[in-house]
Design a protein around this ligand. Structure first.
Ligand code: HEC
Ligand code: HEC
Ligand code: HEC
Ligand code: HEC
Length: 175
């Protein structure tokens, strides 16, 4: 798993990473959603596209972000500043998926190159071995959200987990 942004370090106690995840690279939303957009699978693509996570990078290019960056004394534009990108996008080495995808599938599920294959994905155990992040319970999910939804966010007011999770949940419908 990439160590280039703070939230992963912060969330290390929550995530259950495997050795394999160390070499994994980000593959991007399109590669995940070729299998996760149908009604039968739960339309994860459409749900994510409607969420603010999908525009989290674009937000850094707005006048409001420029103001915040200026007030903080940042020397680069918000969209190029690690101080903003750490929560608004995935960024990593040369294999990082498109930064403009903002907070995307792999921000929460882990870099996908090691678990994206159908044979791996069909098994939860193999997926986890391949680096997919697994959440033990609701509390683990909430802790992961709060690795970004916290007072380090310059615009932070409050975070209501139950409400927020309901608005972005994307379960597979029961068969
Ligand atoms: C080749 C098709 C394919 C690709 C590509 C793919 N998945 Fe999956 N994924 C599946 C299938 C099939 C399942 C099993 C779903 C089921 O129970 O029917 C699954 C299950 C999952 C689960 C649930 C695991 C569990 O047991 O809790 C998550 C989370 C997930 N995928 C995320 C992703 C992410 C993120 C990506 C991109 C990095 C991705 N998938 C790419 C086919 C795919
Ligand atoms: C990698 C950082 C990150 C993680 C992890 C994260 N979020 Fe977010 N979230 C953001 C950012 C950044 C925004 C603001 C996007 C914008 O407005 O451009 C946001 C916005 C939201 C919004 C829109 C409402 C609002 O407050 O602006 C909801 C709802 C939300 N997140 C829910 C969640 C939930 C639930 C989780 C955990 C399952 C979660 N987020 C995990 C970064 C994150
Ligand atoms: C600790 C994670 C974190 C960091 C660091 C962060 N943000 Fe955010 N940002 C969020 C989250 C989460 C939201 C949505 C909820 C909120 O406002 O806290 C958000 C929302 C925003 C919004 C939309 C707020 C609105 O009301 O429309 C702007 C603009 C923004 N961030 C700009 C920035 C800029 C500029 C930086 C860098 C100086 C930055 N953020 C750094 C997590 C972060
Ligand atoms: C803000 C964090 C976040 C983002 C972004 C996100 N997910 Fe998830 N996803 C979760 C959490 C948390 C769960 C619930 C895991 C659990 O209950 O163990 C989940 C569950 C899933 C499941 C399992 C559904 C089920 O009922 O079996 C799939 C499949 C999945 N996500 C795919 C995706 C795909 C594809 C994307 C991108 C289009 C995506 N997720 C974006 C956090 C996220």
């Amino acid at each position: 798993m990439k160590r280039t942004f703070g939230l992963l370090a912060l969330a290390a106690a929550v995530f259950v990473p495997s050795d394999a995840s160390a070499q994994n690279t980000y593959i991007g939303v399109k590669a995940c959603t070729m299998c996760h957009k149908s009604e039968k699978q739960g339309q994860q693509l459409a749900i994510w596209e409607k969420s603010k996570h999908a525009s989290a990078y674009n937000t850094l290019t707005t006048a409001k972000s420029a103001e915040i960056a200026k007030a903080k004394g940042l020397t680069k534009p918000a969209a190029e500043s690690p101080e903003c990108l750490e929560c608004h996008a995935i960024k990593g080495g040369p294999n990082a998926a498109d930064i403009k995808q903002g907070v995307q599938c792999e921000s929460c599920h882990g870099a996908g190159s090691g678990y994206k294959a159908m044979a791996t994905m069909k098994s939860r155990e193999l997926s986890q071995k391949g680096g997919m992040v697994v959440y033990a319970d609701k509390a683990a999910i909430e802790a992961q959200c709060k690795s970004c939804h916290n007072a380090k966010s310059p615009t932070f007011k409050a975070f209501n987990f139950e409400e927020a999770w309901k608005s972005i949940a994307h379960p597979k419908p029961a068969a």
